[in-house]
Ligand binder design. Structure first.
Ligand SMILES: NC(=O)c1ccc[n+]([C@@H]2O[C@H](COP(=O)([O-])OP(=O)(O)OC[C@H]3O[C@@H](n4cnc5c(N)ncnc54)[C@H](OP(=O)(O)O)[C@@H]3O)[C@@H](O)[C@H]2O)c1
Length: 325
């Protein structure tokens, strides 16, 4: 990054440099990056230049990618292997081979799916629906950012479990796609002036289970509609990542008066579920019960604009950048 962003992340905060990679040493591999993943969790690190990897302190982004090994000095990897892992936003990436996880590619599945439905986003959706909320047949299930990667998959998984599924998304076009393409029962536009009334009507006044991706703007009205002993899975707070404002809930007391459960969860605490989740997600795709939507941007130089768009309301489904040859 060129500088620490002011309030909002903008294209001017990024810069692109060209440099020579060092030759590989024993135990290292060279990977050609094919897709990088544009994820909301990076925003806080971009904003603070603090993250789990030391490179963040120099403003160097470390995100998720899928790529192809083109050279290896480690017996675990060979040229032609497809891998995923955490890497810099670079066209070529070299480093210890253990940083790259070899992928078992399913026939007919696009490479980008290993960043979305068959990657961390799919696993996050699966954990929330199955382990945290445990959605039941016949329940009314709501999910915010329903047109986003996690929300879209969560809604379709809840549908597979027999729930009535109502999404919340920004704009009528997105809402239409959520119903017509993703198969939700309804989708409510949070930008509409009468959003709360529309939500109440779509759920017939009562929600059994909710999956939160956004923040209080959606969670507050949802709380007001939760039935006794309802369950909420708190997956993300994208609307609150980039400011330190107090997070206020007018309906907070509903947690007590209706005996609700609100449980936050992190993918890192549930990695043991990865195998089962991937098998079930793959089965859902093959059975036509999970539809995958992607917003693909071409070329690394366009990654900053694509990232800013993703944080805003641009595009639908998983946001990735395709690095051309
Ligand atoms: N718990 C975990 O371990 C874990 C793991 C992965 C992801 N997550 C979280 O899961 C959530 C979804 O992730 P994702 O990758 O699928 O991203 P995403 O939902 O595609 O995020 C982008 C979308 O968020 C919505 N949004 C952004 N700002 C908003 C605002 N102020 N008000 C309302 N909506 C807003 C917009 O949708 P609309 O146009 O429809 O409003 C935008 O298109 C994120 O909060 C992410 O941090 C958590």
């Amino acid at each position: 990054m060129a500088k620490i962003p002011d309030k909002n992340i903008s294209v001017e905060d990024f810069t692109e440099e060209t440099f020579q990679l060092e030759s590989l040493r024993d135990g290292e591999a060279l990977c050609k990056t094919r897709f990088i993943s544009l994820d909301p969790y990076l925003a806080e690190m971009m904003q603070s230049w603090q993250g789990p990897e030391p490179e963040w302190r120099e403003g160097i982004i470390v995100g998720r990618m899928v790529g192809e090994i083109i050279e290896s000095r480690d017996p675990r990897l060979e040229p032609g292997d497809w891998v995923n892992g955490d890497s810099h936003w670079q066209s070529l990436e070299s480093g210890p081979a253990k940083r790259f996880r070899k992928l078992q590619i399913e026939p007919g599945v696009p490479m980008s799916a290993y960043l979305g439905v068959l990657g961390a986003s799919g696993l996050t959706a699966w954990i929330g629906v199955n382990r945290i909320i445990d959605v039941k047949e016949g329940e009314t299930f709501t999910v915010s950012s329903a047109a986003g990667t996690v929300g879209a998959i969560a809604g379709q998984l809840a549908k597979m479990r027999g729930a009535k599924v109502v999404g919340v998304a920004g704009g009528q076009d997105k809402c239409r796609e959520v119903v017509s393409i993703l198969g939700f029962d309804a989708c409510v536009d949070h930008l509409a002036p009468d959003f709360e009334a529309q939500l109440a009507a779509a759920v017939d006044g009562c929600i059994d289970a909710h999956y939160e991706n956004v923040g209080t703007k959606i969670l507050d009205p949802v709380l007001g509609l939760m039935r006794d002993k309802g369950r909420i899975g708190l997956c993300g707070l994208i609307a609150h990542y980039l400011n330190d404002d107090a997070i206020e809930l007018k309906n907070f007391r509903k947690l007590l008066t209706s005996g609700l459960t609100l449980q936050g969860f992190r993918i890192y605490d549930h990695l043991d579920a990865a195998k089962q989740a991937q098998v079930e997600l793959m089965a859902g795709i093959r059975a036509g019960k999970i539809t995958v939507r992607e917003t693909i941007t071409e070329g690394l130089p366009n990654a900053p604009q694509a990232y800013v768009n993703m944080l805003g309301s641009g595009g639908i489904g998983k946001h990735v950048v395709h690095l051309t040859d």
